[in-house]
Write a protein that binds this ligand. Sequence first.
Ligand SMILES: O=C(O)CCC(=O)C(=O)O
Length: 266
Amino acid sequence: MTETREGDIAAALARDGFAVVPGALSVAECDALNAAIETCRAAPGPTHRVLSPAGEPRLESELFRWGDTPAIRAVATEGTLPRLARAAFGTPDVILMEDQWFLSEAGAGARSPWHQDHPYHPLEPWFLTIWIALDPPPGPVGLSVARGSHGGTMYGPVEFSAGDATLGSAAGQLAPVPDIDADPGAWDVVTPEIGKGDAIVMDSRTLHAAGGNCASVFRRLSIRYAHPGTHIRPRDWPVAEFWSDHPFARTMGAHLDPAAFPVLRA
Ligand SMILES: O=C(O)CCC(=O)C(=O)O
């Protein structure tokens, strides 16, 4: 694994679209987050989805639990992760946008397909996803990224869910994500070797995928941070349901409401 020092994160993001940060969270923090994911599963909120086909060992995901889940709030708002986001943007303030956990049960085969995070959101400029493995990946199921793809085409959002939809509706559509697995020679695909607590920091325009055949449970957490100058840019293609449901998401130039999206000061 090529480690990126904190001071080099902005340059790595600009060049490659991602950076690897080993040991971003401690084992104790990962254990607390894994317990928190079980609490969330026991009382799922409106954004909880089973992404795998019915009847199979599950791939599940949920967003926006930092407000009622202290372990998620702690890592999202204090310590290493906001510090990495400040280093990435080069700003003393960053905005907490979203938290999203993923859980693959032992035996799950469903994968998060190749996609970019950017087109799911009516936001500019690019934002940051910090993805952390909360368990050692049970097989080649960690995050894969297409190096340099942040500087190319923006493709249409891909529906993750085999059942309940996660995308809103709109008339337009962008070009579909190409079949990267079928044409690996055309892409510089990297799957960093990572362990429990290691993070991959990504530009929201970087193509990535994760999951697949998991021999044992595999939990991971993504925290997304926005640049303090982030504003709304309504899209004419379907964005993530949460964002399409919000009236402010249709107001060109509006800023994120700090009551819902806290500004984290250094
Ligand atoms: O871990 C996963 O399955 C997918 C993570 C991901 O694509 C993301 O957080 O944007």
